[in-house]
Write a protein that binds this ligand. Structure first.
Ligand SMILES: O=C(O)CCC(=O)C1=CC=C[C@@H](O)[C@@H]1C(=O)O
Ligand SMILES: [Mg+2]
Length: 336
């Protein structure tokens, strides 16, 4: 039974001046292009209880970014709920690289028991070959794919049925109805590959619609896009589906919030997509790299002042980030 009357409200109780005065925008160089970028820009904000992150992707508007800012306020001003587990298993994330490069990418994550492979950026045959290469290297791993909405129904069906060992396919097709249709077609064909919803949760105005439509077996939850750890927890609770926590390609400051969410979920049956620090070449805080495939909950790491100086974006980008902070804040406080 889906009940969306009880999703927690967004956090909107910090003045713009306070946020702006304590914020710096930095650029994190990446090892491998991911989401078409080689420099992930994030804003780090020092709150009274710790460092927080505000890092909506550059193309996101103020409405969507307001939810990210609510998570920033929670992290720096309110704090997260107590963990119910001290160990969060994580997956390696393999961007849409050539199959021959998979081994090098996997090596950055150390030993892991789960791997998420990005697909739908090349042709279907290359996608299948990339996933098969992961399977060859880690035959016992739990392997999932993420299509980021970019397959057609037929492409998704072809890839998923060619890879019957997959644990799940994350948002292979766009929207809720196409996801429901694909899920039904796979079941009819006898496939046991599960369907996970990501964009259909984090970009829909109603994050519970996917559960209502029975379009997925599990939901991918990300702290910033859902407005904070506590709000994401309330969404999972009301969706009534299994959840897996993923990063939004946050710096390790933001990853601490993701680990806090994963550590606070009543049940956690899947390794989480929180090892993305391995995709950065450098970042201002101690990178949240998995040890034997797990991350441990704790406060956000404190960025190093010298590294902040080194990675700080030029003035024009600082102004751009300050403007979007102001716009997101305006939407957030108007809606509160
Ligand atoms: O889940 C993971 O393994 C890593 C995070 C990840 O894949 C993503 C992070 C940020 C934006 C997205 O393009 C992407 C995702 O779709 O899940
Ligand atoms: Mg995804």
């Amino acid at each position: 039974m889906v009940d969306n009357a009880h999703i927690l409200p967004l956090n909107a109780d910090v003045a713009l001046e306070e946020l702006a005065a304590n914020a710096v925008a930095v650029g994190l160089p990446m090892n491998t292009p991911f989401r078409d970028t080689t420099l992930r820009e994030v804003m780090l904000i020092k709150g009274p209880i710790g460092w927080a992150e505000f890092s909506p992707f550059p193309e996101y508007g103020a409405e969507e970014s307001a939810r990210w800012l609510s998570a920033t306020i929670e992290a720096g001003w309110h704090g997260w709920p107590e963990p119910v587990r001290q160990s969060v298993p994580v997956n390696a994330t393999v961007p849409a690289v050539a199959p021959e490069d998979v081994e090098t990418v996997l090596a950055r994550f150390g030993p892991v028991t789960a791997v998420k492979v990005k697909v739908a950026e090349d042709d279907v045959a290359t996608d299948i070959a990339r996933v098969q290469r992961v399977r060859e290297l880690l035959p016992d791993a739990d392997i999932r794919i993420d299509g980021n909405t970019k397959y057609s129904h037929d492409e998704a069906f072809e890839v998923i049925t060619a890879l019957p060992f997959l644990a799940y396919a994350e948002q292979p097709v766009p929207g809720i109805e196409p996801l429901a249709k694909l899920r039904a077609a796979l079941r009819d064909a006898g496939s046991s590959v599960l369907i996970a919803a990501d964009e259909a949760v984090r970009k829909e105005t109603d994050p519970l619609a996917v559960a209502q439509a029975q379009a997925a077996d599990l939901i991918v939850v990300k702290v910033q896009p859902l407005g904070g750890v506590r709000r994401a927890l309330s969404i999972v609770q009301h969706a009534g589906l299994d959840a897996v926590v993923s990063s939004a390609l946050d710096s390790s400051v933001g990853i601490a919030a993701g680990v806090a969410l994963a550590a606070a979920l009543p049940s956690l049956d899947h390794a989480c997509g929180l090892a993305t620090a391995a995709l950065f070449r450098t970042e201002p805080a101690q990178p949240a790299l998995p040890v034997n495939g797990v991350l441990t909950p704790g406060p956000a790491p404190v960025p190093d002042a010298q590294l902040i100086e080194q990675l700080k974006l030029p003035d024009e980008r600082q102004r751009w980030w300050q403007t979007r902070l102001a716009k997101a804040h305006s939407v957030l406080t108007q809606n509160a």
